[in-house]
Design a protein around this ligand. Structure first.
Ligand SMILES: *[C@@H]1O[C@H](CO)[C@@H](O)[C@H](O)[C@H]1NC(C)=O
Ligand SMILES: *[C@@H]1O[C@H](CO)[C@@H](O)[C@H](O)[C@H]1NC(C)=O
Ligand SMILES: *[C@@H]1O[C@H](CO)[C@@H](O)[C@H](O)[C@H]1NC(C)=O
Ligand SMILES: *[C@@H]1O[C@H](CO)[C@@H](O)[C@H](O)[C@H]1NC(C)=O
Length: 502
């Protein structure tokens, strides 16, 4: 009896000790995990997208201790710079710099003061500046100098203002797209980072004011190696076909169309414009009309004389004239061409179509997806409408409202006759954002230049390691299990002992 009492007491002590250890381990584990989940010190980065028609400042943030991982950089804010693109300040470069001040000032308020000096800032200029550089290198250098001077006056880690090449612009749009889609790498089940099996790589269709880009991974051997890039991301080598069509952005195409129509009209005045709506008249000076390296200007003309375009609401004519300016028949590596004689392997996979693709199709109610016949019918119906009926329905500025018919027909021409999405129309998603972040070249540019996308797979996984977590769980389960066994034994043994000793 005495022995049995001692045994019971000992066993009870074991249960208590085991139980307490399990509880302590559990608390420790929770505390440790909790500390990992505490709000982290954020890091910030900013990219100016100096486009041909306007400049925007994109601000991104990410948790500092995860800088070598993926899927964690998000868009914090976008600031639209007042006025037009920096290339429009060719004759007054200092004003280009001053135009950026308002947005720079607004970021000072949202980044903690002690982190300003470590916040990288980039300025990337695209086709508007590429064109200015072609027209007058001195002016484009002066504009870059002036924006540099202004940004350097702020306490950021400014890493330079430069003009991106067309291929870079296409490639960074592709990187952004697939980063946001977690196409390169994703958080694995066991806590590490893995390359997603079966996850498709997306293509990117971008359309700015002065150029348009296509980028995708071809499914067939490429016939012109110079048309592809081979970025190595997270230890994997990709092949990306990309081309940027200079002068085929939305604005420059509209300009090319006007000049083409003027040329075709001979001496007839006013000039009929089949993509403009009945009742709409647009008067331009020849100086403005020919102020672009994308159009052939007559040897002599009076810049002050004017030309009037008068809308006729003729969608079929509109489409045909656009086909004339996209040069669809030239192709030395037939049939593998986009347009304007540019080599392009057959498109493959799904695509995001963003920027002007999205804005145009969204306005017409065709985003993110619509059938080919629905798109054709909607555009046709819209183009046939009169200017007065459109003005009654929409409040957007005339200069935008006027161009939707032409830009929609241009988009159809590029996608169907150029890139040849005839059989794969359903693979295109007209979308502005993924995961609340704008699709465009800026994020990919920053990710690459700040080494947030390493070329090798990140080896160190921050936070609690898988093995450590497993050991903790094992210990808790083991301790609880042992306590239970002892408890069961105690319950089984003590009545028997009692009976046996009676
Ligand atoms: C991220 O990677 C770079 C080099 O790829 C390395 O220098 C840096 O220390 C890494 N940062 C962290 C937090 O692991
Ligand atoms: C280029 O711009 C500079 C500065 O505005 C001007 O002095 C020069 O004449 C221009 N050159 C040409 C070829 O237009
Ligand atoms: C059409 O494209 C070809 C090949 O790039 C080029 O040589 C030709 O000048 C272009 N024609 C027009 C009218 O732009
Ligand atoms: C990314 O940056 C590296 C230099 O850090 C450069 O060599 C590489 O070409 C860039 N990638 C792309 C796609 O431009």
């Amino acid at each position: 009896m005495k022995m049995s009492m001692a045994k019971q007491a000992a066993m009870a002590a074991v249960v208590v000790v085991m139980g307490s250890m399990a509880v302590i381990a559990l608390i420790l584990t929770l505390v440790q995990h909790h500390s990992v989940d505490l709000p982290q010190r954020m890091q910030y980065g900013m990219v100016f997208d100096a486009g041909s028609t306007h400049t925007s400042l994109y601000m991104y943030r990410w948790p500092g201790n995860k800088e070598n991982n993926t899927g964690v950089v998000s868009q914090m804010l976008v600031c639209d710079v007042d006025g037009s693109g920096i290339s429009s300040y060719a004759r007054d470069p200092p004003a280009a710099g001053l135009s950026l001040r308002k947005c720079l000032d607004s970021t000072l308020a949202v980044i903690p003061a002690n982190q300003l000096r470590e916040t990288p800032v980039y300025l990337g200029a695209t086709a508007g500046m590429r064109l200015l550089q072609l027209q007058n290198q001195t002016q484009s250098d002066q504009v870059l100098e002036q924006v540099t001077k202004v940004i350097q006056g702020y306490p950021f880690d400014f890493r330079g203002a430069r003009i991106l090449s067309g291929m870079e612009e296409g490639a960074y749009g592709w990187i952004t797209t697939n980063y946001l889609q977690e196409g390169f790498i994703k958080h694995g089940f066991e806590g590490g980072w893995v390359r997603p099996k079966g996850r498709k790589i997306w293509g990117a269709l971008d359309m700015g004011g002065s150029s348009t880009q296509i980028a995708f991974t071809p499914s067939q051997p490429v016939r012109d190696p110079a048309s592809t890039l081979g970025p190595k991301l997270y230890g994997y080598q990709y092949e990306v076909y990309t081309h940027s069509y200079l002068c085929y952005g939305k604005e420059q195409t509209m300009r090319q169309l006007q000049v083409h129509l003027l040329k075709m009209s001979g001496s007839t005045r006013p000039v009929n414009h089949p993509c403009y709506h009945l009742g709409d008249n647009l008067t331009l000076t020849l100086g403005d009309l020919y102020d672009s390296p994308c159009v052939a200007r007559p040897v002599t003309f009076d810049p002050a004389s004017v030309v009037t375009f008068t809308g006729t609401s003729e969608p079929l004519q509109c489409l045909n004239q656009i086909k004339n300016i996209t040069n669809l028949s030239a192709c030395s590596l037939a049939p593998d061409c986009g347009f304007n004689g540019v080599y392009q392997p057959p498109v493959s996979g799904n695509f995001f179509a963003f920027s002007a693709y999205y804005y145009t199709f969204d306005f017409l109610g065709l985003a993110p997806q619509s059938s080919l016949s629905q798109a054709t019918t909607t555009i046709d119906t819209f183009c046939k409408r009169t200017w007065s009926s459109l003005k009654k329905e929409y409040t957007v500025k005339d200069k935008y409202l006027r161009d939707y018919c032409a830009s929609a027909n241009y988009i159809m021409t590029v996608l169907l006759d150029g890139y040849k999405f005839n059989q794969t129309w359903g693979n295109i998603y007209f979308q502005r954002q993924v995961a609340d972040t704008d699709i465009g070249w800026t994020l990919g540019y920053m990710l690459n230049l700040t080494n947030l996308i390493p070329s090798e797979l990140p080896l160190v996984v921050t936070g609690v390691q898988h093995s450590q977590w497993a050991a903790e769980v094992f210990f808790i389960v083991f301790a609880v299990f042992l306590s239970l066994i002892v408890l069961v034994l105690l319950c089984l043994w003590s009545p028997q002992d009692g009976r046996g000793n009676k």
